[in-house]
Write a protein that binds this ligand. Sequence first.
Ligand code: SF4
Ligand code: SF4
Length: 413
Amino acid sequence: MEHAGEILRYSLDCVHCGLCLSSCPTYRATGCEQSSPRGRIYLFRNASEGRLALEAVAEEAGLCLGCRACETACPSGVQFGRMLELVRADVAAAGLRRDLPARLERFMLRSVVARPRRLRALFDALRAFQGVRLDRLLRRLLPERFEELFSLLPPVPPRRQRRALPERISAKGSRRGTVGLFTGCVMSEFYADVNASTARVLTRNGFDVVVPQGQGCCGALHAHAGDETFAGRLGRANAGVFGDVAAVIVNSAGCGAELRELPNRIGAEGDDLAGRIRDVCEFLDEVGLREPLGRLDARVCYDDPCHLVHGQRVSEAPRRLLQQIPGLTLLEHAEASACCGAAGTYNLTKPRMSGVVRDRKLDALEAAAPDVIATGNPGCLIQLRAGVLSRGLPARVVHPVTLLEEAGADPDP
Ligand code: SF4
Ligand code: SF4
């Protein structure tokens, strides 16, 4: 095991108190100690000390959502997320994930997701499929795993809506500063409208927005799948493209968490960018909204993305911003900070457990009966949208920035 020493060091922070157990989605679903944070740490530690074969921990490392709820609950500061990444990297390096789905996942992540042109071509094809309802036919013909994929996918917007944003967008009114915008891979295809809304909300609040064309995928999905090397390569490419802007704004919680962790991945080279990363809601809350907000009558449940609440410790800022919208009622629900089951590609690779985790969240949302569910991560948007549709709930699922833009007084693009 290449990372045995590091894994052992992290595992020694655990004092086995069990305070994390009730916050762990897989423990809540199974009741099994080995599927809890404490149980996994025990397995990881034994593997790092050579008392357990790596094969014996690979399954639990794969079943873990990587949601990091255990980190928030842990009074000893155990860095579970980092430990998990290292274990997964060792599992991948040992060739323990060589089945067809794992190979396909690696191919897609390295050769499509990380290549913007190929990713765009894939989304073009998907849009064409959706246009002639071929996706519905494929859902019936292909194996269960693909059925899950097609049931999750939202409609792909037309290409003109997926165009890259201009490299520089000027502030409206008096200028308060310049920020960079990280646009992401999945976000640029499924949720390009959210990127455009983010830029507009920032400019209306007095910020010039720089969108470097040289930026690319953050590497979060690759790291999640144990491909540390490739994630590092992507991180390195992003580290040098944002110039001297004061802050780099991210509207995808998964990307934000990954970029903040760049120093873990590429060392000191990642310090500068990591230190300037701000979630869009965190940033707007920090600087204060300047644009007056119009009325938006809606009952809204804000749902915390794991990589924002646990990965970046941002939870109050989006709520504070939404509460500033006149007419908007913010509803809390019991499972707001629990994982939705998306977890990178987990909803594709572990559809059963993902469904169990998602159902718990949907039960809570159904009980709260909102008109709108707001969440700041593309994976969560996709997962919750699919869940809401499957239950026939009448709620819209949107990014918080979409609501800020809808409430904005200035109707200009
Ligand atoms: S990361 Fe999430 S699923 Fe994994 S052990 Fe921690 S709480 Fe459980
Ligand atoms: S809360 Fe922290 S110290 Fe306690 S068992 Fe969980 S990981 Fe270990």
